[in-house]
Design a protein around this ligand. Structure first.
Ligand code: KG4
Ligand code: ZN
Length: 341
């Protein structure tokens, strides 16, 4: 007997994207609507929390309506409402959470709170209706999660079974890209700007430090950021024009070398079958290319539109909670549940 289809509405508002999506059975994206506030925050060189929450308030209702319309789904047809409950900016999260609570209360549908990082991991399962489904990731797997707020290595033993092996001790990888971009006078968000600026540059022009932190699965990116700052200062003292392309390429290479080498070492050490790379920084072309060429294990990296924040990943992750837990009683307790372990 075939199982009935499970359709979940996902809502995401943890940072500077207001997003809603309907996903069928954890994988098939029926709609994926994202309203980015990037242009507004670019003016300030980073996310301005107060403005972010106000923009979420304006955007959330039309975005949810659009996601339902594009999926050709009425709210009554949904099986559950899922929402990012953290980590993220408190004033931003609360907008999505209250929208989801309101919808859940009005419809009687279960409310499922999702950890944003868990969402990023499940982005590796998703596909669009006009694409054929790729191979489902196989457990045990290792997830490298690299975003603006996190850089973590997570052992995923099975659905919803996580062991955090390590994470950044200071700046997250995306945060380092954003901060170095600001030092180089490149626009926010820094990751795509540095990737573009690095294209004509040489990754070996400057030898920036690589913090391998032997014996741990932790990361540290504040050293490489400070090394870029010192190099910029001494070039400026000498009255030289900044070689932005070389500085970008050398910085990018230093960060990517550490991410790839540590991920492959952790994957071997824990004898996983496959690797997932997810989160905003997984959009980086150099990281994608190096990971795919150097890993002997299969590597899943989501398409670019699923690397940065979206709600499809929240609805996708929620499916596994929905089928494993009892949601017959409505529960509005969607308090933060991080770290992921
Ligand atoms: O996952 P995400 O959209 O939001 C968070 O959960 O933080 O990640 C955003 C981060 C930003 O720091 C941004 O600079 C970085 O991802 N990013 C990139 C690239 N695209 C986005 N970093 C490096 N290369 C990219 N192409
Ligand atoms: Zn994210």
């Amino acid at each position: 007997m075939t199982q009935p289809t499970v359709r979940i509405l996902g809502i995401e508002s943890s940072c500077d994207e207001t997003a809603a999506s309907v996903v069928s059975d954890s994988r098939l994206i029926l709609s994926n609507v994202v309203a980015s506030q990037v242009d507004m925050h670019a003016e300030f060189g980073g996310v301005f929390p107060e403005l972010a929450s106000r923009e979420h308030v304006k955007a959330i209702y039309p975005i949810v309506e659009k996601a339902l319309a594009q999926a050709h789904v009425n709210i009554e047809d949904l099986d559950a409402i899922a929402v990012t409950q953290g980590p993220g900016l408190a004033g931003s999260l609360v907008v999505g959470v209250n929208m989801a609570k309101g919808l859940s209360l009005a419809t009687g549908k279960p409310l499922i709170g999702i950890n944003h990082l868990e969402g990023h991991i499940y982005s590796a399962w998703l596909y669009l209706a006009d694409a054929s489904p790729h191979q489902v990731p196989r457990f045990p797997l290792l997830a490298l999660l690299v975003s603006g707020g996190h850089s973590e290595l997570i052992l995923v033993k099975d659905h919803l079974q996580y062991e955090r092996l390590g994470g950044t001790l200071d700046d997250a990888a995306g945060e380092a890209f954003d901060k170095v971009a600001r030092l180089l006078d490149l626009s926010y968000p820094g990751g795509p700007s540095i990737q573009k600026a690095a294209q004509p540059g040489s990754p070996t022009a400057f030898s920036f430090p690589r913090a391998y932190l032997e014996g741990t699965w932790d990361f540290s990116f504040s050293g490489v950021k400070t090394a870029v700052l010192r190099t910029i200062e001494s070039l400026q003292q000498e009255g030289r024009r900044l070689p932005v392309a070389d500085l970008s390429a050398s910085f990018q290479a230093a960060v990517v070398d550490v991410l790839v080498e540590k991920t492959i070492a952790a994957a071997d050490d824990h004898d996983v079958r496959e690797i997932i790379v997810a989160g905003g920084v997984s959009a980086n072309k150099h990281l994608r290319d190096k990971m795919l060429s150097e890993s002997t294990k299969p590597v899943h990296i989501p398409p670019l539109y699923l690397c940065t924040d979206n709600a499809a990943m929240i609805a996708g992750a929620a499916y596994f909670h929905y089928i494993q837990n009892d949601f017959s009683k409505q529960d509005f307790d969607v308090l933060p549940t991080w770290p992921l372990s």
